[in-house]
Design a protein around this ligand. Structure first.
Ligand code: IYR
Length: 224
Protein backbone atom coordinates (compact mmCIF):
# COMPACT_ATOMS: atom_id res chain seq x y z
CA UNK A 1 0.00 0.00 0.00
CA UNK A 2 1.20 3.51 -0.80
CA UNK A 3 2.06 5.65 2.21
CA UNK A 4 -0.68 8.19 1.41
CA UNK A 5 -3.02 6.29 -0.83
CA UNK A 6 -6.07 8.47 -1.49
CA UNK A 7 -9.43 7.23 -2.72
CA UNK A 8 -12.31 9.21 -4.22
CA UNK A 9 -14.79 10.67 -1.73
CA UNK A 10 -18.08 8.76 -1.59
CA UNK A 11 -20.50 11.63 -2.05
CA UNK A 12 -23.82 11.49 -0.24
CA UNK A 13 -26.77 11.22 -2.62
CA UNK A 14 -27.90 14.69 -3.67
CA UNK A 15 -30.97 15.94 -1.83
CA UNK A 16 -32.71 19.28 -1.33
CA UNK A 17 -32.04 21.56 1.62
CA UNK A 18 -35.61 20.87 2.77
CA UNK A 19 -34.97 17.14 2.63
CA UNK A 20 -31.73 17.56 4.58
CA UNK A 21 -33.54 19.58 7.24
CA UNK A 22 -36.30 17.02 7.52
CA UNK A 23 -33.83 14.13 7.93
CA UNK A 24 -31.97 16.08 10.60
CA UNK A 25 -35.27 16.89 12.30
CA UNK A 26 -36.40 13.26 12.22
CA UNK A 27 -33.14 12.14 13.85
CA UNK A 28 -33.46 14.83 16.50
CA UNK A 29 -37.10 13.89 17.22
CA UNK A 30 -35.99 10.30 17.74
CA UNK A 31 -32.94 11.12 19.85
CA UNK A 32 -34.78 13.58 22.07
CA UNK A 33 -36.83 10.67 23.40
CA UNK A 34 -33.72 8.95 24.78
CA UNK A 35 -33.68 8.73 28.56
CA UNK A 36 -31.32 7.11 30.98
CA UNK A 37 -33.19 4.04 32.21
CA UNK A 38 -32.58 2.61 35.68
CA UNK A 39 -35.18 -0.17 35.76
CA UNK A 40 -34.84 -2.91 33.15
CA UNK A 41 -36.96 -5.96 32.43
CA UNK A 42 -35.29 -9.33 31.95
CA UNK A 43 -36.60 -9.57 28.40
CA UNK A 44 -33.75 -10.75 26.19
CA UNK A 45 -32.27 -8.81 23.29
CA UNK A 46 -30.68 -10.71 20.41
CA UNK A 47 -26.94 -10.45 20.06
CA UNK A 48 -27.14 -9.18 16.45
CA UNK A 49 -28.59 -5.85 17.61
CA UNK A 50 -25.67 -5.41 20.01
CA UNK A 51 -23.24 -6.40 17.26
CA UNK A 52 -24.56 -3.72 14.91
CA UNK A 53 -24.44 -1.12 17.69
CA UNK A 54 -20.79 -1.98 18.38
CA UNK A 55 -20.00 -1.94 14.66
CA UNK A 56 -21.54 1.54 14.56
CA UNK A 57 -19.47 2.62 17.57
CA UNK A 58 -16.43 1.38 15.65
CA UNK A 59 -17.14 3.90 12.85
CA UNK A 60 -16.38 6.80 15.23
CA UNK A 61 -13.59 9.19 14.31
CA UNK A 62 -10.48 8.66 16.45
CA UNK A 63 -7.02 10.11 16.90
CA UNK A 64 -4.92 9.02 13.88
CA UNK A 65 -7.69 6.46 13.24
CA UNK A 66 -6.13 4.22 15.90
CA UNK A 67 -9.61 3.22 17.16
CA UNK A 68 -8.49 3.07 20.79
CA UNK A 69 -11.48 1.17 22.14
CA UNK A 70 -12.59 -2.25 23.16
CA UNK A 71 -16.16 -3.23 23.99
CA UNK A 72 -16.81 -6.17 26.29
CA UNK A 73 -20.40 -7.27 25.60
CA UNK A 74 -21.68 -9.25 28.55
CA UNK A 75 -24.85 -11.33 28.64
CA UNK A 76 -23.55 -14.11 30.94
CA UNK A 77 -25.75 -14.00 34.08
CA UNK A 78 -22.90 -14.96 36.43
CA UNK A 79 -20.65 -12.22 35.06
CA UNK A 80 -23.44 -9.65 35.37
CA UNK A 81 -23.98 -10.78 38.97
CA UNK A 82 -20.25 -10.38 39.69
CA UNK A 83 -20.32 -6.88 38.23
CA UNK A 84 -23.39 -5.98 40.28
CA UNK A 85 -21.79 -7.13 43.53
CA UNK A 86 -18.55 -5.23 42.84
CA UNK A 87 -20.35 -2.10 41.60
CA UNK A 88 -22.72 -2.00 44.58
CA UNK A 89 -19.77 -2.32 46.95
CA UNK A 90 -18.15 0.74 45.33
CA UNK A 91 -21.44 2.62 45.23
CA UNK A 92 -22.14 1.99 48.94
CA UNK A 93 -18.87 3.73 49.77
CA UNK A 94 -19.61 6.44 47.22
CA UNK A 95 -23.06 7.22 48.61
CA UNK A 96 -22.00 6.93 52.24
CA UNK A 97 -19.42 9.67 51.97
CA UNK A 98 -16.71 9.20 49.37
CA UNK A 99 -18.60 11.31 46.84
CA UNK A 100 -18.62 14.36 49.10
CA UNK A 101 -21.60 16.60 49.84
CA UNK A 102 -21.62 18.64 46.66
CA UNK A 103 -21.67 15.60 44.41
CA UNK A 104 -24.36 13.88 46.44
CA UNK A 105 -26.44 17.05 46.36
CA UNK A 106 -26.08 17.25 42.57
CA UNK A 107 -27.33 13.66 42.29
CA UNK A 108 -30.32 14.11 44.59
CA UNK A 109 -32.79 15.07 41.77
CA UNK A 110 -31.98 11.76 40.07
CA UNK A 111 -33.00 9.70 43.09
CA UNK A 112 -30.15 7.23 42.60
CA UNK A 113 -28.66 5.09 45.37
CA UNK A 114 -26.23 2.21 45.80
CA UNK A 115 -28.72 -0.45 44.65
CA UNK A 116 -28.04 -1.51 41.06
CA UNK A 117 -30.40 -4.40 40.25
CA UNK A 118 -30.39 -3.36 36.58
CA UNK A 119 -26.83 -4.64 36.30
CA UNK A 120 -28.34 -8.15 36.56
CA UNK A 121 -31.79 -7.57 35.07
CA UNK A 122 -30.73 -5.97 31.78
CA UNK A 123 -29.83 -8.53 29.12
CA UNK A 124 -26.62 -6.73 28.08
CA UNK A 125 -23.83 -4.81 29.76
CA UNK A 126 -21.35 -3.32 27.33
CA UNK A 127 -18.14 -2.19 29.02
CA UNK A 128 -16.21 0.39 26.98
CA UNK A 129 -12.44 0.27 27.52
CA UNK A 130 -10.00 2.97 26.40
CA UNK A 131 -6.61 1.92 25.07
CA UNK A 132 -3.78 4.30 25.88
CA UNK A 133 -1.53 2.36 23.54
CA UNK A 134 -2.34 0.33 20.44
CA UNK A 135 -2.54 1.50 16.86
CA UNK A 136 -4.52 0.86 13.71
CA UNK A 137 -3.39 -2.76 13.31
CA UNK A 138 -3.84 -5.56 15.88
CA UNK A 139 -0.57 -6.14 17.72
CA UNK A 140 0.61 -2.54 17.28
CA UNK A 141 2.04 -0.95 20.40
CA UNK A 142 1.96 2.72 19.45
CA UNK A 143 0.86 5.78 21.37
CA UNK A 144 -2.86 6.48 20.90
CA UNK A 145 -4.13 10.06 20.69
CA UNK A 146 -7.27 11.83 21.93
CA UNK A 147 -8.24 8.56 23.55
CA UNK A 148 -11.04 9.78 25.81
CA UNK A 149 -12.54 11.98 23.09
CA UNK A 150 -12.49 9.07 20.64
CA UNK A 151 -14.03 6.61 23.10
CA UNK A 152 -16.63 9.20 24.12
CA UNK A 153 -17.75 9.67 20.52
CA UNK A 154 -17.85 5.90 19.98
CA UNK A 155 -20.02 5.50 23.09
CA UNK A 156 -22.33 8.23 21.81
CA UNK A 157 -22.80 6.38 18.53
CA UNK A 158 -23.37 3.14 20.45
CA UNK A 159 -26.09 4.79 22.55
CA UNK A 160 -27.70 6.39 19.49
CA UNK A 161 -27.84 3.06 17.65
CA UNK A 162 -29.31 1.21 20.62
CA UNK A 163 -31.90 3.94 21.01
CA UNK A 164 -32.76 3.81 17.31
CA UNK A 165 -33.18 0.04 17.72
CA UNK A 166 -35.85 0.77 20.32
CA UNK A 167 -33.79 -0.26 23.34
CA UNK A 168 -33.44 1.45 26.68
CA UNK A 169 -29.93 2.36 27.79
CA UNK A 170 -27.97 3.69 30.72
CA UNK A 171 -24.41 4.92 30.97
CA UNK A 172 -23.23 3.64 34.30
CA UNK A 173 -19.90 4.56 35.88
CA UNK A 174 -19.18 2.82 39.16
CA UNK A 175 -16.41 4.71 40.84
CA UNK A 176 -13.68 3.36 40.85
CA UNK A 177 -14.23 0.71 38.19
CA UNK A 178 -10.87 -0.95 37.79
CA UNK A 179 -12.52 -4.23 38.89
CA UNK A 180 -13.92 -4.40 35.35
CA UNK A 181 -10.47 -5.24 33.94
CA UNK A 182 -10.42 -8.41 36.01
CA UNK A 183 -14.03 -9.35 35.34
CA UNK A 184 -13.71 -8.75 31.58
CA UNK A 185 -10.15 -10.16 31.35
CA UNK A 186 -8.78 -6.97 29.83
CA UNK A 187 -5.14 -5.90 30.16
CA UNK A 188 -4.14 -3.34 32.80
CA UNK A 189 -3.21 -0.69 30.23
CA UNK A 190 -6.87 -0.49 29.19
CA UNK A 191 -9.04 1.84 31.22
CA UNK A 192 -12.73 1.09 31.74
CA UNK A 193 -14.65 4.22 30.74
CA UNK A 194 -18.30 3.28 31.25
CA UNK A 195 -20.77 0.46 31.34
CA UNK A 196 -23.56 0.85 28.82
CA UNK A 197 -26.57 -1.04 30.11
CA UNK A 198 -28.95 -2.08 27.31
CA UNK A 199 -32.30 -3.82 27.19
CA UNK A 200 -35.99 -3.12 27.62
CA UNK A 201 -37.33 -0.76 30.25
CA UNK A 202 -39.23 -2.46 33.08
CA UNK A 203 -43.02 -2.03 32.92
CA UNK A 204 -42.88 0.21 36.00
CA UNK A 205 -39.74 2.15 35.04
CA UNK A 206 -39.75 5.85 35.87
CA UNK A 207 -37.64 8.80 34.82
CA UNK A 208 -36.71 11.71 37.07
CA UNK A 209 -38.30 14.98 35.95
CA UNK A 210 -34.85 16.53 36.34
CA UNK A 211 -33.61 14.41 33.43
CA UNK A 212 -36.17 15.90 31.05
CA UNK A 213 -34.91 19.45 31.40
CA UNK A 214 -32.59 19.88 28.45
CA UNK A 215 -30.94 23.23 27.86
CA UNK A 216 -32.53 25.08 24.93
CA UNK A 217 -30.59 25.79 21.76
CA UNK A 218 -30.03 29.43 22.77
CA UNK A 219 -28.23 28.35 25.93
CA UNK A 220 -25.92 25.86 24.27
CA UNK A 221 -25.10 27.72 21.06
CA UNK A 222 -23.45 30.89 19.86
CA UNK A 223 -23.53 31.82 16.19
CA UNK A 224 -20.40 33.62 15.18
N1 IYR B 1 -22.14 6.10 39.83
C1 IYR B 1 -23.19 6.44 40.76
C2 IYR B 1 -23.37 7.89 40.94
C3 IYR B 1 -23.80 8.70 39.79
C4 IYR B 1 -22.98 9.72 39.37
C5 IYR B 1 -23.37 10.55 38.35
I1 IYR B 1 -22.21 12.13 37.85
C6 IYR B 1 -24.61 10.36 37.71
O1 IYR B 1 -25.01 11.20 36.69
C7 IYR B 1 -25.44 9.34 38.15
C8 IYR B 1 -25.02 8.51 39.16
C9 IYR B 1 -24.49 5.71 40.42
O2 IYR B 1 -24.59 5.11 39.35
O3 IYR B 1 -25.40 5.73 41.22
Amino acid sequence: MQEHEMLPWQHAPERSDADRASHAQAFYEMMRTRRSCRAFSKRPVPRDVIEVAIRTAGTAPSGANHQPWHFAAISCPETKATIRVAAEEEERQFYSGRAGNHWLQALRPLGTDAQKPYLEDAPWLIVAFAQRRGGPVPGDDLQNYYVMESVGIACGLLLATLHQAGLATLTHTPNPMRFLNRVCARPDQEKPVMIIVAGHAAADATVPAHALRKKPLEQITSWI
